[in-house]
Design a protein around this ligand. Structure first.
Ligand code: CU
Length: 364
């Protein structure tokens, strides 16, 4: 039945964990709608026959339709409403599943630009156009754009999500069987939008570990020339977190942040990722890739409780590759041990000269 409906509706293969549930709802909505159309069409035919125009002589007493009672009217209206609210409830449930990333998956950083996709892995690999993933494991994509809004769309996984410059959006899936699945850009993004394609190659976990996790270079052999150009590296493979440390030092983040749990002018990055952050305004948030990126681009949007809002914005300064490296650095410290005896501000910290920030203005 599933296979029949899938073919009838020309749907791509169901290659991710939630593809099947997703399709069932699709089938239900389509079937109900089609039955509705059919019922209306049949009624139309029947009524146009039954109440057709006749001459006075052949049909002096023309039948009149019985009007519906109020109960019948309300019953029909509520029935239809309940049906659509039912669809909506199923849809919301599926949406919630797709929004909540299960912990412990493989995190890959996706960068979109006119007109290609590139993928950065925690071990330092980078591939263009082809995303390699293991089957049977949660894969989370932390996505951002270098230029305009794009949208990451893998029909076989039934996932689609906008990719926005200056922000990080996440999407997740787990591939159910090995194969090659096309990636499309689903947001018009310029001249070559239609050829902004890529593919997901799902490998068995063994194959993935063998071919991908151990080799210093991506299986395709591709290393993004921008990776070195942007990060000033010399081409050797360093883990993304190590690159993050270089970026943090180069961009001056470590004047205010520490990696060992010591609070300084800003909160420490140790044990930050995946933990709750108390905010000055309202309810706490969980520090995920989206929150961390927002904190860099728009530090005032959510201020960590107990810290003064002195962090300058890095919008337009940090490149997407640098943002990804910083997020990965902070993620690598998610379970870092915290020195219990660490002084509030380490004595040997270099003196910090704060720009305009303390005078009320925020440096650009
Ligand atoms: Cu695009």
């Amino acid at each position: 039945m599933n296979e029949l409906m899938r073919r009838l509706l020309f749907l791509p293969p169901q290659a991710s964990g939630f593809a099947r549930d997703f399709d069932y709802l699709h089938y239900a909505v389509i079937t109900v709608s089609m039955l509705g159309v059919l019922a209306v069409a049949l009624a139309l035919l029947w009524f146009s026959f039954k109440y057709r125009r006749r001459t006075q002589t052949t049909d002096p007493a023309r039948p009149r339709p019985e009007p519906l009672t109020h109960a019948q009217e309300f019953g029909t209206a509520f029935g239809l409403l309940a049906l659509f609210v039912g669809f909506w409830c199923f849809g919301v449930r599926q949406y919630a599943v797709m929004q909540r990333v299960p912990p412990g998956g493989l995190l890959v950083y996706v960068t979109a630009k006119q007109w290609m996709w590139s993928f950065d892995y925690a071990n330092g690999n980078r591939t263009n156009e082809t995303l390699y993933v293991p089957t049977g494991r949660t894969v989370e994509l932390a996505m951002t754009s270098r230029d305009v809004i794009h949208s990451f769309y893998v029909p076989a996984f039934r996932i689609k999500k906008d990719v926005i410059p200056g922000r990080t959006t996440s999407v997740w899936f787990s591939a159910v069987r090995p194969g090659v699945y096309p990636i499309f850009c689903a947001e018009y993004c310029g001249l070559d939008h239609s050829v902004m394609r890529g593919r997901v190659v799902a490998l068995t976990p063994n194959e993935f570990a063998e071919r991908f996790e151990r080799t210093p270079r991506a299986p395709g052999g591709a290393t993004h020339p921008l990776a070195e150009a942007e990060l000033g590296g010399n081409g050797e493979l360093t883990s993304l977190a190590a690159r993050g440390e270089r970026v943090a030092a180069a961009r001056g983040c470590l004047r205010c942040h520490t990696l060992d749990g010591t609070p300084h002018l800003g909160p420490s990055w140790a044990r930050l990722y995946g933990h709750e952050v108390p905010l000055e305004s309202g309810a706490p948030v969980v520090a995920d890739a989206a929150y961390l990126t927002e904190s860099m681009m728009e530090p005032l949007a959510k201020v960590h409780r107990g810290f003064s809002p002195i962090m300058p914005t890095y919008r337009g300064i940090l490149q997407p590759a640098e943002t990804a490296a910083l997020v990965e650095l902070i993620r690598s410290l998610a379970d870092a041990p915290i020195q219990p005896t660490a002084p509030l501000v380490s004595a040997d910290a270099p003196a910090v000269t704060l720009p305009t920030a303390l005078d009320g203005g925020i440096a650009p």
